[in-house]
Design a protein. Structure first.
Length: 127
């Protein structure tokens, strides 16, 4: 049996505490996690590394998360993007993302949403 390499998730947030918490939760769940504190850094990483999923905050210092998502979708449309927000209202540009999650959700729900997106992206379980 060929070992399966861990899925790579790029987490983007300018808030170090939230970024560290997500990295820890995802790493414990078995994912490889790359982090970026700005859209510019995330775009650079995304264009030069294989990434299976993006999880980004909406409010970044250099670009809104939805604008960054639109740029990433132009480069690699097959990579799912999760937008995190503290707001209950979807931000403009949400159509460039695959899923909107509210910050602060319990880790099991967060991990279930991530796993579901990665499974859908693989075509596993689709009818």
């Amino acid at each position: 049996m060929i070992p399966v390499s861990p899925r790579v998730i790029l987490c983007v947030d300018d808030e170090p505490t939230g970024l560290m918490a997500r990295r820890l939760i995802l790493s414990i769940a078995g994912y490889d996690v790359i982090t970026a504190a700005s859209a510019e850094a995330a775009l650079r990483i995304f264009s030069h590394n294989p990434v299976d999923l993006i999880i980004t905050d909406h409010f970044l210092p250099d670009l809104p998360g939805t604008e960054m998502a639109a740029m990433m979708k132009r480069l690699k449309p097959q990579v799912p993007i999760v937008l995190l927000t503290g707001s209950l209202e979807p931000p403009p540009g949400i159509e460039h993302t695959d899923l909107l999650l509210v910050k602060g959700m319990p880790p099991p729900e967060f991990l279930a949403a991530v796993a579901k997106l990665l499974t859908k992206e693989n075509g596993v379980g689709s009818a």
